[in-house]
Design a protein around this ligand. Structure first.
Ligand SMILES: *Cc1c(COP(=O)(O)O)cnc(C)c1O
Length: 403
């Protein structure tokens, strides 16, 4: 057995990992164009002659990328979720079914508008919302489901679509981690009623901060646009506020960076896919490691992260935080991942503030996986050269064998 780096051995990963963000001359050029145009924001000031505003261009290109008819740019991916729920017609007091294994924004964005998140457990083999657990959470107050395409893997949109249709619920896709992903050939964010994306620094398409709402429904698009533009309507006057809205606009600077980053997306996606496939091959027979299963209806996985699990029996005797510490010493950036949102104090307390009730939603699969099994490799690994990926896989094998 090889000596672990944590015990003074040689770290398994020596090839440098990819840096993030990745940028070049194009970002500079487009930023300069914005600066010199005089049009820095998403509304108001007119641009100098000959300047084509970048936000509408980004919205057009992004909608096209995801096969959606419409897109609205917003300040971030959290606000995008609140806006999508409002645009779909949800009201304070309504309930929305969400998975407990996701970034906190999926639930807190609902609570921001008084909409109550209700947690349906995740699938053991994908870590995504389990459609069969959704139905048992439906009450007369349920108005929507949020599918989260975690780590770039689309949730089961076919089954969720059937359940939403049967019960008259809206289906919203939190695709913050899934730019470029598709399910049965259709871009995520264009399958349900509305989709939401994040352009935050860590996400696959990075504008520093930013978000996008997508939809194929013209009425939802108008609602979303209006909510983000202080209740104005697309063809209305500056002081004509027809509905409740706020200023959720992105800047032209962010659109410039996002447009430049979009030109790098396809190459980066191909690299992520290649490296994920290699990791899957190299880790498949490591005792103690259990890989996730991708539904064959996933036509493109965005591989924002590479999530995997410790095998259940292995995880009974091996502490996953200890595994992560040993992997980190080998030079592998690894995260122990989310904690269950159904148990998060701010979610429970804010739900209580709105409903007056202490609500407990049991999600045993999520709770066990969070505590004992789930680990993630970061995107730096997925964007690296083959040598670094091979060394990463070797490091995980070395750590697993040490137990
Ligand atoms: C990042 C993220 C968000 C929030 O996006 P921000 O742009 O950071 O506000 C929402 N949902 C998921 C699943 C995310 O990963």
């Amino acid at each position: 057995m090889e000596k672990l780096a944590i015990d003074g051995g040689t770290p398994a990963r020596r090839t440098p990992l990819a840096e993030w963000p990745i940028y070049g001359e194009l970002e500079l050029k487009l930023l300069k164009e914005v600066l010199e145009s005089g049009k820095w924001g998403g509304a108001g000031a007119a641009a100098k002659a000959g300047y084509e505003p970048k936000l509408p261009l980004l919205e057009r290109k992004f909608a096209e990328l995801q096969n959606a008819a419409h897109a609205v740019s917003v300040v971030n991916g959290t606000v995008a979720i609140t806006v999508a729920l409002q645009a779909a017609g949800l009201k304070p007091g309504d309930e929305v079914i969400v998975p407990p294994y996701t970034f906190i924004a999926t639930a807190s964005a609902a609570l921001a508008y008084g909409i109550i998140p209700v947690f349906a457990d995740i699938e053991e083999h994908t870590l995504l919302i389990d459609p069969e657990k959704v139905e048992e959470r439906i009450t007369p107050k349920t108005k929507a489901i949020i599918a989260v395409h975690l780590a770039g893997a689309p949730a089961n949109m076919t089954r969720l679509g059937q359940i939403a249709a049967k019960h008259g619920l809206k289906l919203i896709e939190d695709a913050a981690q899934a730019v470029g992903a598709s399910w049965e050939g259709k871009g995520v964010g264009a399958i349900g009623d509305l989709g939401t994306f994040s352009l935050q620094s860590s996400k696959n398409l990075n504008a520093g901060e930013g978000g996008i709402v997508t939809t194929n429904n013209r009425e939802y698009w108008e609602n979303a646009w209006s909510i983000c533009n202080v209740g104005r309507i697309p063809s209305g006057g500056w002081y004509q506020h027809e509905r409740f809205g706020q200023n959720y606009r992105m800047t032209e600077f962010q659109a410039a960076i996002a447009l430049a980053q979009m030109t790098r997306l396809e190459e980066q996606m191909a690299r992520r896919e290649r490296n994920a496939k290699l990791l899957t091959e190299l880790l498949a027979d490591v005792e103690g490691i259990r890989l996730l299963e991708d539904d064959p209806r996933i036509t493109r996985h965005a591989y924002h992260l590479y999530m995997f699990k410790l095998e259940r029996s292995f995880a009974e005797r091996v502490d996953k935080a200890d595994f992560a510490r040993k992997a980190a010493a080998e030079g592998v950036p690894i995260s122990t991942g989310y904690i269950p949102l159904n148990r998060n104090v701010s979610i429970v307390e804010t739900t209580k503030m709105w409903t007056g009730e202490e609500r407990v939603y049991e999600c045993p699969v999520c709770e066990r996986i969070c505590e004992k099994e789930a680990l993630w490799l970061t995107q730096n690994v997925l964007l690296s050269d083959e040598a670094a990926v091979r060394e990463t896989a070797h490091a995980l094998r070395k750590v697993a064998e040490s137990y």
